[in-house]
Design a protein around this ligand. Structure first.
Ligand code: FAD
Ligand code: SF4
Ligand code: SF4
Length: 402
């Protein structure tokens, strides 16, 4: 298929921005990488922070918008099915059990795609993001585990077109995938597969250091961390030991400004425009949570199913009170003494929301916080920037007036 065929319109190019220069979204930029390429030409429509257009992009990708009358779709986006799963043989060193890396390796090995956009780390920094187009299983596996920092994954997009590749898998978080969907038709591909992860509370590399320094007993040996369903942050250290710090004991005053402004303004926690999403928060502890959004997502999951143990998703508890109480606590930067935080963590773990209800708890607490952040800092953007599904979620709670 030639680049001038009606399906693949010829596209315009503009000069990419130099690294470190100010981006069109200014301080709201999440460094998704688009502006590092000539696809910056489309930034006004593509940037998740300049022009939120969920409804249109959901229709373009899945054939319809999420149904606002269906509670599961309001929260988790357009989907055909959800499940909990884990690798029968987990990948050593992956973030969870390595379902993302497994699907990517299988797609390469079977010749379904010619390349995989993913993010390895720089030689000098285990958390320093280095986006690549992986062409071998080894290169995909070298990208396993989260780089818990803003990552310019789309900076490699020019290489896709230049390489002449026709079938591509992109792994990425919500803001990257929104921009990708806008320029998808212009990449010269015959088929694009999108494997997303949920994403929230991301930070710049400097912000990550502040978080580690403020929260962990040994910041320099952390190889991996996650905000877990047991209401604790689990830090894994180089020697294999696990350090657990209760959410309620985090130094919220110190950490208030640590999250990037983009992530404090983000409402695409569940990566609504990916074909398949692999996270953990709707699944029992130790399992991963899978959301199949469309036929392409089903095709991707099917190739790894024989390597997975699966079970249906479940939901237990009622999050509403805990979320309502978290709103002023976060707002005022309240930090509990460590003994009280540990006790509260244990109580909430025993009686608190689990499964999909934990997912809703996390979405509600972040959306209410982010809604207040946008309202206070970018009041002129509030109406257009916050998608309808997020307004519906936030509308369940009482928020402070200003
Ligand atoms: P692996 O097989 O280890 O593969 C991880 C993949 O992630 C790699 O292919 C790599 O290319 C990609 N990746 C790593 N860092 C980044 C990055 N910064 N940007 C884009 N892609 C990246 N899940 C939840 O359910 N709830 C959450 O709150 C949540 N928050 C997250 C926050 C961040 C910043 C990230 C990156 C992910 C988050 N996830 C969250 C997803 C979850 O942590 C796992 O990434 C997911 O379950 C896949 O695990 P795995 O073992 O299959 O991945
Ligand atoms: Fe450009 Fe991406 Fe930043 Fe928006 S978020 S300004 S598209 S690099
Ligand atoms: Fe992008 Fe949102 Fe993740 Fe921030 S929280 S990196 S804006 S998807």
């Amino acid at each position: 298929m030639s680049a001038t065929s009606p399906k693949l319109p010829k596209h315009q190019k503009s000069k990419a921005l130099k690294p470190g220069s100010r981006r069109p979204a200014k301080e709201l930029c999440s460094e998704c990488g688009l502006c590092d390429t000539y696809y910056i030409h489309y930034v006004k429509d593509a940037c998740a922070f300049l022009n939120q257009q969920f409804d249109r992009l959901e229709t373009q990708t899945h054939g319809r918008q999420r149904n606002l009358e269906d509670d599961e779709e309001v929260y988790f986006g357009v989907h055909r099915q959800m499940m909990a799963a884990r690798k029968i043989e987990p990948i050593e060193g992956a973030q969870w059990t390595g379902i993302v890396s497994t699907i990517a390796c299988e797609m390469l090995d079977r010749g379904i795609v010619e390349g995989v956009v993913c993010v390895q780390n720089t030689p000098e920094d285990r958390f320093g993001p280095k986006p690549v187009i992986a062409r071998t299983r080894e290169e995909v596996l070298a990208a396993r585990v989260n780089k818990p920092t803003l990552s310019p994954n789309l900076s490699v997009l020019e290489q896709v077109e230049q390489s002449g590749m026709k079938r591509l898998l992109v792994i990425g978080v919500g803001c990257q995938i929104q921009a990708l969907r806008e320029v998808e038709e212009r990449l010269g591909l015959e088929k694009l597969y999108v494997l997303g992860t949920p994403c929230v509370d991301n930070v710049t590399r400097a912000g990550l250091q502040k978080f580690l320094d403020t929260t962990s007993r040994s910041p320099e040996t952390v190889v991996h961390y996650e905000f877990m369903q047991d209401f604790r942050v689990h830090f894994k250290h180089e020697d294999g030991s696990i350090e657990k710090v209760p959410f309620f004991g985090l130094n919220t005053k110190e950490l208030k400004d640590v999250f990037a402004p983009s992530c404090m303004s983000c409402f695409d926690y569940v990566n609504g425009l990916a074909d398949l999403v692999v996270g953990y928060m709707g699944a029992p502890f130790g399992w991963q949570w899978i959301v199949v959004r469309n036929e392409t997502g089903q095709e991707m999951l099917d190739i790894a199913l024989d390597q997975l143990q699966t079970q249906p998703v479940a939901s237990k508890g009622d999050r509403h009170q805990a979320v309502q109480q978290s709103i002023p606590a976060y707002d005022k930067g309240v930090t509990l003494p460590m003994w009280a935080a540990k006790l509260m963590g244990v109580v909430i773990e025993r009686i608190g929301p689990t499964g999909l209800e934990y997912g809703r708890f996390s979405i509600d607490s972040h959306f209410t916080r982010n809604y207040l952040y946008v309202k206070r800092n970018y009041p002129e953007k509030l109406e257009q920037h916050v998608p309808e599904f997020a307004k519906k979620i936030v509308g369940q709670y009482e928020l402070p007036d200003s």
